[in-house]
Structure formats: C-alpha cells, structure tokens
Design a binder for this molecule. Sequence first.
Ligand code: ATP
Ligand code: RIB
Length: 310
Amino acid sequence: MTKTGKLVVLGSINVDHILNTTRFPRPGETVIGKQYQVAFGGKGANQAVAAGRSGAHITFIACVGEDAIGEGIRNQLIKDRIDTVAVETVTGTTTGVALIFVNGEGENAIGIHAGANAALTSERVNRHQQIIAGASALLMQLESPLDSVLTAARIAHQHQTQVILNPAPATQLSDELLSLVDMITPNETEAEILTGIAVTSEVDAARAAAVLHDKGIGTVLITLGSRGVWLSDHGQGQRIPGFRVDAVDTIAAGDTFNGALITALLEQQPMEHAVRFAHAAAAIAVTRAGAQPSVPWREEIDDFLQQQQE
Ligand code: ATP
Ligand code: RIB
C-alpha cells in the first residue's frame, strides 16, 4: 500500500449520558438535572468524527457492542465520512458508556464503562495491521487497552506511519510506548502525570515538553484550554493562543482539536496553520453541547477562520 495522506484512528466508542446540573453532587447527595442528553461520544470516535468532518481520508479501528446503539453509532460514523471496515461488532458485549456531569461552569466529571472497547485486543489490532501500515498517520488515545495501543504503535513505527498519541484519560506510560510516538498532545493534567511537572506557566510547559522530548518524542503540544496550546517542536517552544468564544461545555474540545490538527497536517499545512485550524474547530465545539453533536464540519471551520480575518 502507498502512503497517500490517509489517517487511521484507533480508539474508543461510547454512548454519552450527559446531565447538566448547577454543581456536581457531593458523596451521598442527589442533585436535580437541568438538562439531559444522550449523544455519541468516546475519545476515539470523537477524534475520528472531527477528522472525518474536517475532511480527512480516514479509517477507524474500534469495537461496538451487539446492541442497537452500536448499530446506530456505526451508521452515524459512515455519515461522518469515516471508513468503518475495521469497526467490529463484538458478540456478547455492550457498547461503551460514559456518564457525564456538566456543572454550571461548563466543567465536566466523567465515569466510564469500557464495554466493547475492552475487546479491542492486540489480536484484533494485528488483524488490521495492513490498514495501519498503509496510512500516513495513526492517531490514538488511552480509552483502549494499553497493550493494544503499544501493538498499534509498534506496527506503525515499523511501517513509517507517524504515531500521534493523545494521552487521555491521564495515566503513566512506559518509555517503550513513548519512544514510538512522533507527536504527543496532552492537556495540562496529562502532561503532569507523564512528566511529574505541574504545568501552571509557559516555563513549566517548556520543562514538561523537554521531558517528553527526552523520551524520544519530536513534537509536543500541551493543550492549555482557553489559553490555546504550548507547541514544542524538537525543543523550539511557543504558545499559540486559541480563539475567544462563549463556552457552553468543553466535552470533546481536546478530541476536536486532535482530529482537526491531524487533518490539517496531512494536507501538508504548516504546523502553525494546522494549530490555528484545530483551535478554530475546538472553539466552535465548545460553543455547543455534547461530544459528537458539537464537532464542526470543514465549511464551518473555514467560515470561522474567515470571520477572524474580517
Ligand atoms: P476536554 O477534555 O475538555 O475535551 P482537554 O482537556 O483535552 O479538553 P483543553 O486543553 O481543555 O483539552 O482544550 C483543547 C483545545 O480546545 C484548546 O487548545 C483550545 O483550542 C480549545 N478550547 C478549550 N477550551 C476552550 C475555550 N474555553 N475557549 C476556546 N477554545 C477552547
Ligand atoms: O473526551 C470526551 C469523551 O470522553 C466523551 O465523549 C466520553 O465518551 C469520554 O470518553
């Protein structure tokens, strides 16, 4: 297979149950919700959808359960321009679930049942190795078994497929996995867990990025929420600010950023342009509720960027 700018995303699929409350419940307390939404989510699926809607040529490796919601999600992924040939239905499992509280400040707290996502084993990943080998880039997160993430990274590395890791949710990772990663995109919390450096300033971000460079990662992007991102390319660091918008909820802000960023990079856009494109996509996403319902299409991102110039 030739490398033709193709993207493969490997990761999770969840159905999100989102309850908006004034504040998070304390232990033993019941709070009454103001709004409830069931929507498609999962970090892998959100990033795949962000890439599909922003124009990438993308194949998704993932698992759904043997249930109606899994079928519904698969159909939606197809509408989002994603090749679902490697989205497997796993017999005897249910599709992954995320229970999400969103408080009055737009912050969220999430609990997850992995369901079919736990069945995305190394054995399954190996079955899809031709897809990884033929892609220009592989984008992953950490809602899939860690062994499988490592297996996919090894296959990619062996075939000169760029490995991009969004290390979310936060966890410590082996040096072997980090050494196979070409680009990493932690938020501030994830950067701290990976490096031991609390990221509260640009100096901290530069120090955390240096630790990740020392592990063998060439490009580090530490996302800083509304402040944008710290980009460190082989030690050359700078903050690239995001766009000012009225945020409703930030669910899938990071996912949208990742999917849009890789799409732009695969179009050969220079890194700073690609980051700006990703900031625009994520800024639109935070003005809308939910995960995948909030992810913008290419035309919306282009219009948003155009308006910034007027
Ligand atoms: P989440 O877990 O909420 O999806 P994250 O913690 O992975 O997000 P963040 O660093 O919060 O990632 O945000 C990722 C990107 O989303 C930022 O770099 C920025 O482009 C955009 N973003 C996040 N919050 C805002 C905001 N309030 N206003 C504008 N853009 C935002
Ligand atoms: O990053 C947001 C996602 O995290 C949600 O869609 C939810 O499914 C959890 O996986």
